[in-house]
Design a protein around this ligand. Structure first.
Ligand SMILES: Nc1ncnc2c1ncn2[C@@H]1O[C@H](COP(=O)(O)OP(=O)(O)OP(=O)(O)O)[C@@H](O)[C@H]1O
Length: 603
């Protein structure tokens, strides 16, 4: 799933749907949001009532002879309504200025964070990092931050004119009738504006997400790109996405601007029409000067909110586009946990008739695979590239569930284990080590958060990294980011082994951890691995067969099927696929030696 590939929603979400989504997203803070919205609505009603008092006030002021007493009632009422408007307006904004808004934003980010933790890795890896961060950082702000302010502005823009017209109708129906001329244009204009902006806001959100993904990928891969002298190629893709964003923004600006100008013009035109009508009526003697003055002030005062309201549809759409991205990510279901859940007490691994096909691809990567990895034994997975070795280790970690068959640890189906419990059983040491920009101490402690400093140090000693860590100026407190590339591949690998040692999981998976190391680093990392694998169920992925000759069992895979298994000697004697691979690697080695010794070919 890619959060940004959402197709534009068919139809226009109604205001009621937008309100429903706001309440849903506010979650625990929904009562506060509701109370703020009610206050805003009441405040808008009182503002309308205060405005409607203008006509009786002006009538009293312009009456001949002037009588101050006639001002008391309308003046007092206007003051009262204005006071109520102010008080309720403050209360209406509490959602924003109290912690509620920040709490809601935080809660959504935590929910999204949990979602990342629980969603199937297969789905997670299909999303680009930048697109995910655009949803979590960007869309959450787009959805939540304007929520209170936008709702207040909308309520005020819609309710103030409505209340003014209704109240004026009670005082002077002709005045109300004149004002009503403004309303019929507003609703169709609102819907028209919304239809125009809906799709473009989603396109804009998608373009933002794509650019953010390209920027992250470019900066993360810059070192590789420079070394491959390919910065230009990738920069071109980044450039393209920036140009695309620029185009989308320009189109959006234009498609947003001209309807706004049309709306303003129509509403201003309506205003002039009302005034012209008023002047004609005054000249004909059927409208008083007081009424015309009131009409002037009130229509000017309410035409602006009406224009704002029609243009707000674009902002609502931007918010809706954000809602959709957040909801789409939250809708991804975690892999189901079979009930009753169970915990293994022994740690052998069994694959029973496992068939697996990656989403969106054709053909199974594993088909009807049966494997048994006895507890506390070392099993090596070998086979040509693409034969399914990594897929086996991924499925054991529930990257995704196989379409057929089951995987068991200690006789327990891994689908009946909670994700945390499953991951507590397995340590993985990859070829590429990922260290976080934190201290070395914290990086090792990630293996077990509750470990004391002494336990971290003991793990580091066992993984042969205490010595080089002690040589660093700040020792264990050195930040990995500060020393950057000054840690060698072997040192980084040993830190990751220390992490795994601290975790102390009964099953260890090693994905070619020494493949990229020089001989000296390989020796010290191998020493650390020897400590790690003691007394554990170990699965090693190996390309260089010389590293696994001592394995208790070697499983040979080809096209997702187990074609041979046994010890090194047994497989050599069998003279099958393994023997062919072994011979090929041995002859490649002697070819290297011949080249090093000055020979020009293996012949
Ligand atoms: N995320 C994925 N989506 C689609 N296909 C994939 C994915 N990951 C791997 N594959 C395909 O599945 C097949 C098996 O891949 P896998 O990585 O398990 O093989 P491998 O034996 O570990 O290969 P290597 O030794 O090169 O690492 C390959 O054809 C690969 O292209």
């Amino acid at each position: 799933m890619t959060p940004t590939d959402a197709m534009p929603r068919i139809g226009i979400p109604t205001l009621w749907q937008t309100y429903g989504r706001m309440i849903q997203i506010a979650d625990e803070r929904a009562p506060q949001l509701r109370s703020s919205l009610i206050s805003s609505a009441l405040s808008a009603i009182f503002q309308g009532l205060a405005l409607a008092c203008l006509y009786p006030i002006l009538s009293a002021v312009l009456r001949e002879p002037f009588d101050v007493h006639a001002l008391w009632v309308p003046g007092g009422m206007m003051l009262l309504f204005a006071l109520l408007d102010w008080v309720l307006r403050w209360h209406g904004h509490t959602f924003g200025y109290s912690r509620c808004l920040a709490d809601v934003t935080h809660a959504i980010r935590v929910r999204l964070g949990n979602q990342l933790r629980l969603m199937p890795l297969e789905e997670l890896y299909q999303s680009r990092t930048g697109e995910l961060s655009a949803v979590i950082a960007g869309n959450v702000d787009e959805v939540v931050t304007p929520m209170g302010m936008l709702a207040d502005t909308f309520l005020r823009s819609a309710l103030v004119p409505l209340v003014v017209v209704l109240t004026t109708a009670l005082i002077e129906w002709r005045l109300a009738l004149a004002m009503l001329l403004l309303f019929p244009v507003t609703v169709p204009l609102y819907r028209w504006r919304k239809r125009l902006s809906g799709g473009s806001m989603r396109t804009l959100a998608a373009a933002h997400a794509r650019t953010s993904a390209e920027i992250i990928e470019y900066t993360q891969g810059l070192a590789v790109l420079r070394s491959a002298n390919a910065t230009g190629v990738k920069a071109r893709r980044l450039q393209e996405s920036l140009v695309h964003l620029q185009d989308v923004q320009a189109r959006n600006q234009w498609s947003g601007l001209w309807p706004s100008l049309v709306i303003w013009t129509l509403i201003e035109g309506g205003l002039i029409l009302i005034l012209a009508l008023g002047v004609v009526l005054v000249a004909g003697g059927s409208l008083s000067i007081a009424m015309l003055a009131a009409l002037l002030i009130i229509t000017v005062r309410i035409s602006e909110p009406l224009a704002i309201m029609t243009n707000l549809s674009a902002v609502f759409d931007y918010m809706e586009a954000g809602f959709e991205q957040v909801e789409k990510l939250l809708a991804v279901k975690p892999l189901p946990c079979l009930q009753p859940s169970s915990l293994p007490t022994r740690f052998d691994v069994r694959f029973e008739g496992v068939s697996f096909q990656y989403a969106g691809t054709e053909g199974a990567v594993l088909s009807g695979l049966d494997l048994h990895l006895p507890e506390r034994s070392l099993t090596a997975l070998v086979g040509p590239s693409g034969s399914g070795k990594t897929t086996i280790t991924r499925l054991l970690m529930r990257y995704a569930d196989p379409q057929q068959g089951r995987i068991m640890i200690g006789g327990n189906d891994i689908r009946a284990m909670e994700p945390e419990e499953l991951m507590a059983c397995i340590s993985v040491v990859f070829q590429d080590v990922y260290l976080f920009d934190d201290t070395i101490l914290a990086n090792i402690r990630m293996g077990r958060c509750s470990a004391t400093d002494a336990e971290v140090e003991a793990a580091a000693r066992a993984a042969c990294c205490h010595e080089f860590i002690s040589r660093l100026p700040l020792g264990y407190q050195t930040r990995v980011g500060d020393i950057g590339g000054s840690l060698s591949g072997g040192e980084r690998q040993r830190i990751s082994i220390a992490r795994a040692l601290l975790k102390d999981a009964p099953i260890v998976m090693l994905d070619e951890p020494t493949a990229a190391l020089d001989t000296e680093s390989e020796l010290s990392v191998q020493q650390a691995i020897d400590t790690l694998v003691q007394d554990r169920t170990v699965i090693v992925i190996a390309h260089r067969l010389s590293t696994i000759v001592g394995a208790e069992r070697i499983l040979v895979l080809e096209d997702g099927k187990l074609v041979e298994q046994g010890t090194h000697e047994h497989l050599l004697d069998a003279g099958g696929r393994y023997r062919a691979m072994w011979n090929a690697q041995q002859s490649a080695k002697s070819w290297h030696l011949a080249v090093a010794a000055g020979g020009d070919s293996r012949d």
